[in-house]
Ligand binder design. Structure first.
Ligand code: C5P
Length: 239
């Protein structure tokens, strides 16, 4: 398999509140950036224009809207996202097999054929919340793995997984199942509200296909330089 360039593994989280801010960030980061993640805040404020802008700039888009609804509605939402030309999008695995199959089918029938990822258990949910509020009897790690397997069986392309889940998912789901990992911090960056983090190189070495990095790049006084440092860090660890 051809080795991917480091910049191809990076998705920059564009967590801003207006199209103007999004444009300023993309401009400041510059040409080396290949992919951006658009989440609920930017999409709810600006809608398809945010995706349209990124596509005009020749950027790839991961639309992180975590669809979770009845199968028919999710299929419609996936078809709509595919029409925008996004490269990746996601759904909640807890929506179940039929919902995920509907998502996979809608993506497969579209012209742009985006990759569909599953969100397993949100990292804001700990064992206590899972047991006492969600009412799930399984251990958290087992539930993550169980939902990842369900996603794979439903025909989805991969999962969004935290750094500590990469190894177990890679071991159990094989080499072709995509793993996209947020919670990434270069050694030199502030952790912010992220608790369990890995560096970009550590996450890729553990088996992630893509790493999601936001503030270490977007909130840097020099976003272009921050991205270059991350790319260099990954290259060095590969050599
Ligand atoms: O700025 P930062 O690098 O922390 O951004 C990480 C991005 O990944 C944010 O968009 C955040 O919502 C998302 N994310 C996360 N942790 C998860 C799932 C998603 O940080 N477990």
């Amino acid at each position: 398999m051809l080795q991917r360039r480091p910049e191809e593994t990076i998705l920059i989280a564009l967590d801003v509140a207006s199209l103007e801010q999004a444009k300023a960030v993309v401009q400041a980061v510059g040409e080396r950036a290949i992919g951006y993640k658009v989440g609920s805040e930017l999409f709810t404020r600006c809608g398809p224009a945010a995706v349209g802008f990124l596509k005009e700039q020749d950027k790839e888009v991961f639309l992180d809207l975590k669809f979770h609804d009845i199968p028919n509605t999710v299929a419609g939402a996936v078809a709509a996202a595919a029409e925008l030309g996004v490269k990746m999008l996601n759904v909640h695995a807890s929506g179940g097999m039929e919902m995920m199959r509907a998502a996979a089918r809608a993506a497969g029938e579209s012209e742009s054929r985006p990759r569909v990822l599953a969100v397993t258990v949100l990292t804001s949910i700990d064992q206590t919340i899972l047991s006492e509020e969600v009412g799930c009897k399984r251990a958290l790690e087992e539930q993550v793995l169980n939902l990842a397997k369900l996603a794979s069986a439903a025909g989805l392309d991969g999962v969004v997984a935290s750094p500590k889940e990469i190894t177990i998912i890679r071991e159990n789901l094989g080499p072709d199942f995509l793993i996209v990992t947020p919670g990434i911090r270069p050694a030199w960056a502030a952790k912010g509200d992220q608790k369990r983090v890995m560096t970009p190189a550590e996450a890729l070495r553990a088996g992630a296909d893509y790493i999601v990095i936001g503030r270490p790049i977007t909130a840097s006084p020099n976003p272009r330089d921050a991205l270059e440092r991350i790319i260099a860090e990954i290259s060095e660890s590969n050599s």
